[in-house]
Design a protein around this ligand. Structure first.
Ligand SMILES: *[C@@H]1O[C@H](CO)[C@@H](O)[C@H](O)[C@H]1NC(C)=O
Ligand SMILES: *[C@@H]1O[C@H](CO)[C@@H](O)[C@H](O)[C@H]1NC(C)=O
Ligand SMILES: *[C@@H]1O[C@H](CO)[C@@H](O)[C@H](O)[C@H]1NC(C)=O
Ligand SMILES: *[C@@H]1O[C@H](CO)[C@@H](O)[C@H](O)[C@H]1NC(C)=O
Ligand SMILES: *[C@@H]1O[C@H](CO)[C@@H](O)[C@H](O)[C@H]1NC(C)=O
Length: 593
């Protein structure tokens, strides 16, 4: 017979475990319904022996972060761990082979850490509006993700974590909810837009500068937040000291990047809305492989990368049945709808794995595919969702449609390379998909569309022109469907080589701007980022250059400014484009100061 005491203890342990892990949504990452992707709670429960770390055995090792704000809730992130390093563990449920490359013999720990959060309206975190408690464990690399609720729209909040029943606390973070969908927004909303932060290539000054200026409401990241390469820099190199393949590798890489003080400052200061590009998995990835992995190796590599991304990034899972889905949307009152796309990992058809523009590798094979009507960059499921989002947004009367996307959307002839001029890893390799986007904007008479792009390590500002199908006047912008604002890299080297002097890159930019009718400004020299300030009457984009990312510094210069007026669907010509307000690169019809 079982004694009442031990029965009670058993029941307590069982309910403690299932219920209290549940609020840590990292356990659902990326999807509880997919056995190879989530950590089943029964497995977690079995491992827990009620043995909880004491406060002095654990630390908040990687600061705090928040993201994916809604009008009434936001995701809060921290890591409470017995070690600053990631834990090598073979976490795949019974019957599934361990993830490729994980160190042998590592197993999840039986111990758990208990964490509580509070979110409040004041910087001292005393006027608390929501709080909660959960456990974390090695199963999820000791990451912690709460959805904080009970929040008011378009309001600043402060949050903090502590070890349960102790005064051991994390740093305090700040975050902000979005305006309610039907709300009129009484001031401009400002975003910082980033891409391509390669740790060995340079310091993350661009992240820190925006936090120091406190110049935006939210941060968007268009991907290449981490790079998979083995570090080979004299500046600094991330862990692990090899190219990433296993779950351990991707976790350690995330953890290593998340020690940069400027990145930590940005995460603690702003709600982030990130999407991945290729390097969160590996260079030139598409749905069935990367530049140098395919088949089973690729499948496991991607699974590991995706899981680490969900564990470490403060994002939501918007569809529990679609473990790869990070495409999602956010509304900011009646001012704008933000659609974040995944043009890379979700369902992209074959890309250029190696070689370029029809020369070398598989690029000749891809060149033969680019005009096929059945080709897709986004996957047909995401395409259908995207067109529907555009229509709904326009019909509900949101003033702007802002699209966070990875690769350059506009047609870009890279004339400097001679007569095989397109980068087929961008939308130029998926012409039918781009045509379907233009067709949808045309059919719905959808106005005020702003594409944001990253990936290229250079800056490109264009009218959205459907070249070859709709007439377009480069002088006035007449005939365009909106604008594309593509930013340079936080730190990743310029595509033309970091040794290239400004004088020569200016010449190359002038060539590109001359060769591409819709391209109004281009710069190859500066690392940096841009900010957009969105109001009902216009969108202002400001591009910032980081003169030297090889040293930690707050130096930056404003290198260009562009205005888009409501209803015009093109870049304003005067006094910005054409009239000229750029200190770098080349302007069409304008003089660079
Ligand atoms: C926690 O941080 C403190 C201060 O940096 C350090 O002394 C201690 O060893 C850390 N504990 C663990 C478990 O990492
Ligand atoms: C390619 O990827 C798709 C989508 O992830 C999958 O359905 C298909 O089975 C894969 N094909 C091969 C040959 O691996
Ligand atoms: C993968 O490709 C990168 C360059 O794109 C190279 O540096 C690396 O060595 C390759 N790794 C393997 C395992 O082939
Ligand atoms: C896509 O279209 C091309 C050219 O029309 C055709 O050769 C190919 O078989 C098609 N692929 C699929 C998957 O339908
Ligand atoms: C977009 O602007 C045009 C020109 O002002 C207008 O005719 C059209 O109705 C607008 N579309 C929508 C959906 O409001």
């Amino acid at each position: 017979m079982i004694s009442p005491v031990s029965l009670g203890a058993l029941l307590a342990a069982a309910s403690l475990v299932e219920a209290s892990f549940d609020r840590n949504i990292a356990y659902r990452s990326p999807s509880r319904r997919h056995p190879t992707l989530a950590v089943p709670l029964s497995h977690v429960a079995k491992r827990q022996s009620g043995d909880v770390y004491s406060p002095d055995e654990v630390n908040f090792t990687h600061g705090v972060a928040s993201g994916d704000p809604y009008a009434d809730s936001v995701i809060l992130w921290t890591r409470l761990a017995p070690t600053g390093d990631s834990v090598a563990s073979d976490l795949v449920p019974d019957g599934v082979v361990p993830i490729y490359g994980d160190p042998d013999g590592a197993r999840p720990s039986n111990r758990a850490a208990c964490v509580e959060f509070k979110i409040a309206t004041d910087p001292q975190v005393t006027n608390v509006v929501d709080q909660g408690r959960a456990y974390t464990s090695s199963d999820v690399d000791y990451t912690v993700k709460f959805e904080a609720g009970n929040l008011q729209p378009f309001t600043t909040y402060y949050y903090q974590f502590n070890v349960c029943n102790s005064d051991k606390k994390s740093p305090i973070g700040r975050t902000k909810t979005t305006p309610a969908e039907t709300q009129t927004v009484n001031r401009n909303i400002n975003f910082a837009v980033y891409s391509c932060s390669n740790y060995p290539d340079g310091f993350f000054n661009a992240y820190g500068n925006v936090a120091r200026k406190d110049s935006v409401d939210y941060v968007l990241h268009l991907g290449d937040y981490i790079y998979e390469y083995k570090g080979d820099s004299s500046l600094r190199n991330p862990k692990p000291d090899r190219e990433t393949y296993s779950l351990y590798d991707y976790r350690a890489r995330m953890g290593s990047y998340r020690t940069d003080p400027d990145l930590l400052m940005s995460h603690a200061s702003f709600a982030w809305i990130p999407v991945w590009d290729d390097h969160e998995v590996a260079d030139n990835s598409y749905k069935n492989g990367t530049g140098n992995s395919s088949g089973e190796v690729f499948r496991k590599r991607k699974q590991a990368a995706v899981r680490a991304y969900f564990e470490w990034m403060p994002i939501r899972q918007v569809d529990m049945d679609d473990s790869l889905r990070i495409w999602r949307s956010f509304s900011f009152g009646t001012l704008l709808d933000l659609m974040m796309l995944d043009t890379r990992q979700y369902d992209r058809d074959l890309t250029v794995l190696n070689g370029f523009a029809g020369i070398g590798g598989n690029s000749k094979e891809v060149e033969k595919l680019v005009d096929h009507q059945n080709r897709t960059l986004m996957g047909f499921k995401q395409e259908a969702w995207f067109y529907d989002q555009l229509t709904r947004s326009s019909q509900r009367g949101a003033r702007w449609r802002v699209i966070g996307n990875q690769v350059i959307f506009s047609r870009m002839a890279l004339g400097i390379l001679g007569n095989r001029p397109f980068n087929h890893d961008q939308w130029d390799g998926y012409v039918a998909n781009r045509d379907r986007v233009f067709q949808h904007l045309a059919d719905g008479k959808i106005n005020n569309t702003v594409f944001l792009s990253g990936d290229s390590h250079a800056a490109w500002v264009s009218d959205l022109a459907w070249l070859g199908t709709r007439s377009y006047d480069p002088a006035t912008g007449e005939g365009a469907f909106g604008v594309e604002l593509a930013g340079s890299a936080v730190s990743s080297d310029t595509p033309v080589g970091s040794w290239m002097p400004n004088l020569i890159t200016k010449g190359l930019s002038a060539w590109l701007v001359k060769d591409n009718p819709e391209l109004q400004w281009q710069d190859l020299y500066y690392r940096g980022y841009f900010e957009i300030s969105v109001g009902y009457e216009d969108v202002m984009a400001r591009f910032y250059g980081i003169p030297n990312p090889k040293v930690r510094s707050s130096d930056e210069i404003k290198i260009a400014e562009f205005l888009v007026h409501n209803g015009e669907n093109r870049l304003a010509r005067n006094p910005t484009v054409g009239g000229g307000k750029a200190k770098a690169g080349a302007l069409k019809n304008g003089k660079v100061e």
